[in-house]
Design a protein around this ligand. Structure first.
Ligand code: TNX
Length: 535
């Protein structure tokens, strides 16, 4: 009799111990609060989803997940099943934006949330349903989660100009973002090395501007200096593909911010339409090497008309509030030597070429503001004075972001020195594939806090979020995109979502990360295997 009792106590103890060993139940990003309760919920063939919500993205996402991965069909039938997943927005009005409640009891799971909140509750549930070893475990420990994000802007970027990745891969990328509660995809669509978005009014942008005269030789394992052959390389997204991707992202509560670079990083456009330059008689080539090029848009009426036409088509494709207008790395030598520009500087009573850059950005901002949109620019848009309503992406460190917040402008932190540049190597080993230079290990990404302590509490509210950038000069394949993105993006998701007090690198990397890497393995997604703590 006593031995039974002993065994029971022993099981209760080990069960309790194993739950405590994983205080966040494997979730990435770790939630705001999580309380473990006794008991288990069993998911089985006859489990159903119960909901009053019509035509709801979260409901649709969960029922297709259950069909695809758990082989549970017909989840929306009316039935008195023994185990029920309730999706509801009743009681959700008290939740913060994008927040959700997830309650697991022996007979019933309830996910409560509005819009994105409900979707994130479903994402957490799906993470709990995916076991470490198999994809089919269907037993969940009872618990109650209350969750909402630390920042409202949680972004990941991809440069598709330096290398082009097909529309189908962009959707896979979006799937990864959504699974980790990232809500913004910054799509870097134009640069010196390729124009990647179809613009109906200017067909040469893609006919000429999307192709360059060389292809990178080698694969993603290469640690050799890059070599090229002379077969043409390029690609672009048609407007139909873009519409499809925008909808795909919206179904996952991801807003896409398109970036149209100006006035610099514009050689591909100049190659297509030399009239956009200050020396229209010259011919230009789409760049075949990396770096910063002197040839930039001329601040002429021709250029402004062109950009307004381009942005008009861009706005028709991308319904979100923000358009990214670039603004980084604009050499001023051509403007300095151009009689037209010098005349313009005098006429507009500007101080110098920096003033001309601000004039350029402010004109574009006004055009977009009048259409109800807002601009984001890289931190160089501070030079010569910020456009009145601009949001700043602070990439050359935090100084630009701090200055912008002090001027009451919204800021997104994306500093290249803080583990957010995923084009840097993840390890110091010479086994790492070739990359841009520098080092951004997982632990550095994880440790980053986007809110600079030098700001007052009031100024800190202008830091609306954080983003990681994936520039692709040295990334020619989708497998290498995945390798550079992962697992660092999981650390980013925790910077962006989890309250500071709940962050813990050991818990993240040793307790929770392994099951996520298994999940990536099961989906045949590439990643870098992180080294144990302390190496
Ligand atoms: C700087 S970040 C750039 C990009 C490069 C990147 C490489 C930024 C606004 N400009 O054009 O791809 O460095 O890390």
């Amino acid at each position: 009799k006593y031995s039974w009792c002993f065994i029971l106590v022993f099981f209760a103890f080990t069960n309790c111990f194993s739950q405590n060993a994983d205080p966040n139940s494997g979730l990435i990003p770790a939630p705001f609060s999580i309380k473990k309760n006794p008991g288990k919920f069993f998911l089985h063939k006859r489990s159903i989803i119960q909901t009053d919500l019509k035509d709801n993205k979260a409901v649709f996402f969960l029922s297709s997940y259950l069909q695809q991965f758990k082989n549970i069909n017909d989840t929306l039938r009316n039935d008195t099943a023994a185990s029920v997943i309730v999706l509801t927005n009743i009681g959700a009005d008290t939740l913060p934006d994008e927040g959700y409640r997830l309650s697991i009891t022996p007979k019933r799971i309830t996910v409560t949330g509005r819009d994105a909140g409900l979707f994130y509750g479903v994402q957490s549930l799906i993470q709990l349903l995916a076991d470490t070893k198999t994809q089919v475990t269907s037993t969940l420990n009872c618990m109650a989660i209350e969750d909402h994000p630390r920042f409202k802007y949680r972004g990941v970027h991809l440069d598709v100009s330096r290398h082009f990745f097909p529309a189908s891969f962009i959707k896979e990328y979006i799937d990864l973002l959504a699974a980790y509660k990232i809500n913004t995809f910054h799509w870097h669509l134009t640069d010196d090395q390729g124009w990647r978005i179809e613009i109906k009014k200017y067909p040469r942008l893609t006919e000429i501007g999307s192709m360059r005269a060389q292809t990178l030789i080698g694969n993603y394992h290469d640690r050799m200096p890059q070599q090229f052959d002379h077969t043409p390389y390029g690609g672009f997204y048609t407007q139909d593909e873009i519409k499809d991707i925008v909808k795909y992202a919206a179904d996952r509560y991801i807003t896409i911010i398109p970036e149209i670079e100006m006035p610099g990083h514009s050689l591909a456009a100049l190659a297509a339409y030399p009239e956009l330059s200050c020396n229209p008689k010259r011919t230009y080539k789409v760049a075949e090497t990396w770096g910063v090029f002197d040839d930039v848009y001329c601040p002429s009426e021709y250029t402004f008309n062109f950009l307004e036409d381009v942005l008009t088509e861009v706005m028709q494709l991308f319904p979100g509030k923000y358009i990214h207008i670039g603004g980084d790395e604009v050499p001023k030598s051509i403007w300095h030597n151009s009689a037209f520009c010098q005349h313009l500087i005098k006429k507009l009573k500007l101080k110098n070429e920096h003033g001309l850059q601000s004039y350029f950005i402010e004109r574009i901002e006004k055009f977009l503001n009048d259409k109800g949109r807002s601009i984001i620019g890289w931190d160089e848009i501070l030079q010569g004075g910020l456009a009145p309503n601009a949001t700043v992406m602070s990439w050359r460190g935090e100084a630009g972001g701090i200055a912008a917040a002090q001027q009451n402008h919204n800021v997104i932190m994306t500093s290249q020195n803080s583990g957010l540049y995923f084009d840097k190597a993840q390890g110091k080993s010479d086994q790492e594939p070739l990359s841009i230079g520098g080092y951004a290990p997982l632990q550095q990404t994880y440790a980053y806090n986007p809110v600079p302590q030098v700001l007052t509490a009031e100024q800190q509210t202008y830091i609306i979020g954080v983003q990681a950038n994936l520039w692709t000069e040295y990334i020619g394949t989708t497998a290498k995109v995945e390798y550079m993105l992962l697992p660092r993006m999981l650390a980013l998701s925790e910077i962006a979502w989890t309250p500071l007090a709940n962050k813990n690198y050991k818990d993240f990397s040793e307790t929770r990360l392994p099951r996520h890497l298994n999940r990536l393995d099961a989906s045949c997604i590439n990643y870098r295997v992180p080294e144990p703590i302390g190496i």
